[in-house]
Design a binder for this molecule. Structure first.
Ligand SMILES: [Zn+2]
Length: 430
């Protein structure tokens, strides 16, 4: 029997309301015992004193770029980046070439992931064929094939009738629809958040109301159909308030926010660094404050990275011409611990809830907790470790990040998937 004991760490498992110092015993890839002083005779021992032992983090929003855009990323490079960043499960979005819009593609990717993955990979299918917004994709077939959710991420499903039908079909399988909520007519040609900074920089803006309108309509359709809606990368105060009110009246809506929207403002764009260009755009401080308040009170359930790698030469152009998005898997934990925990906005159990228990609950995954008998997916954190972001050391192919050169406090120091170390002391194993 393969035994591993994580010795003397602060065990935080929000799903079981555990926060105590003790040992964790892993046997044959499964959590066997949590807490107390465990006899480590015959076991591999990991000294976790001074560290935090948490359920493995789940990123429910990443772009691993398979199939078709392997120059940007693939399952091998993307899951190494996930392991390096402390994630044990990563969900990949379907805006690929071709878009993942049928069961054959979902099946193929599940098999690819089994061969190539270093961490668990879950597949998200498209809502519409080719993500073109014109015709519903094979929603039921994809869910039955193992897709964990459906999304046209990158675009909003503009046609309300199609989204209504999507909720109805997905609902038959208990399926979740993840919305990239931006009203297209208001954001076309916009490069950044519309406000004082965009006016100063002379860049056309993407107004916050574009997100508010899209979230409002999607919430109404979820309410009308009884469907399950998850709002991706919420970034506006208005959207947070719409989701808060919808939850209060029982609409099946959940939401995520990204580390960058929670910690950066549109002032990061001053200097026209293409690494700060993202959709939805970095917003002004009032929106950031509302987003953090929403995260704190549970309106925003999860933190997700929206890891979006691009080839260096694509992003290394004038701001207007650069594609939107940047990598996030290897900076997320450090950014969140620095910007939300060390600043006193969230407690460590709250951070871990948002990164592990909540995404597992939203997606219906058997994960996100250190329950005895669960697969031993574990993230070990050193909240006090100080480090500097250096994209040259990233495992992802995408080297673009708005956090380049930033000094952060806190990081994952070990990642365990199925009882096996996939990252230790910052080095990916395997
Ligand atoms: Zn998106």
């Amino acid at each position: 029997m393969l035994k591993l004991v994580l010795k003397g760490g602060r065990i935080i498992d929000p799903a079981q309301k555990i926060d105590k110092v003790g040992d964790v015993l892993i046997e044959d890839g499964v959590i066997a015992k949590v807490g107390g002083d465990i006899d480590a005779a015959g076991a591999e021992v990991f000294d976790a004193r001074g560290l935090v032992v948490a359920p493995g983090f789940i990123d429910m929003h990443a772009h691993l770029r398979e199939p078709g855009q392997e120059a940007k990323e693939d399952f091998a490079s993307g899951t190494r980046a996930a392991a390096a960043g402390g994630f044990t499960t990563v969900c990949t979005m379907p805006n690929t070439r071709p878009a993942v819009d049928d069961a054959v593609l979902v099946n193929g990717l599940i098999r690819r992931a089994e061969l190539e993955r270093l961490v668990n990979v879950k597949i998200i299918g498209a809502v519409t064929k080719g993500q073109e917004g014109k015709e519903l994709a094979e929603v039921g077939d994809m869910l039955q094939a193992g897709a964990v959710a459906l999304s046209d991420d990158g675009r909003h499903v503009a046609n309300a009738k199609i989204l209504r039908t999507g909720f109805e079909y997905a609902g038959m399988f208990g399926g979740l629809i993840i919305s990239h909520a931006e009203e297209a007519s208001l954001v076309e040609d916009g490069f950044m958040h519309e406000g004082a900074v965009s006016a100063m920089l002379g860049l056309k803006g993407r107004p916050a109301v574009a997100e508010d309108i899209a979230v409002g309509r999607d919430v109404m359709l979820a309410e009308y159909t009884g469907g399950r809606l998850h709002v991706a990368h919420v970034s506006t105060a208005g959207a947070v308030e719409l989701i808060r009110r919808a939850k209060a009246r029982g609409v099946k809506v959940t939401a995520e926010a990204t580390p960058h929207h929670l910690t950066l403002t549109d002032e990061a764009v001053i200097g026209y660094d293409p690494a700060t260009k993202v959709n939805p755009p970095l917003r002004s401080q009032e929106h950031v404050d509302a987003l953090v308040a929403g995260l704190k009170d549970g309106t925003v359930d999860c933190i997700a990275t929206d890891h979006a790698p691009h080839a260096f030469e694509e992003k290394d152009v004038e701001f207007r011409y650069a594609p939107s998005g940047f990598t996030g898997l290897e900076t997320a934990v450090g950014v969140v611990l620095t910007g939300l925990y060390h600043s006193g906005k969230l407690t460590l159990p709250e951070v871990i809830e948002k990164l592990a228990a909540a995404p597992a609950r939203v997606l219906g995954l058997e994960a996100g907790s250190l329950k005895a008998g669960a697969a031993a997916d574990v993230t070990v954190l050193d909240p006090a470790a100080e480090w500097t972001v250096d994209s040259a050391k990233f495992y992802t192919r995408g080297k673009c990040t708005p956090f380049e050169g930033k000094r952060l406090k806190g990081r994952a120091v070990a990642t365990i998937v199925g009882g096996r170390f996939v990252m230790k002391d910052g080095e990916v194993c395997g």
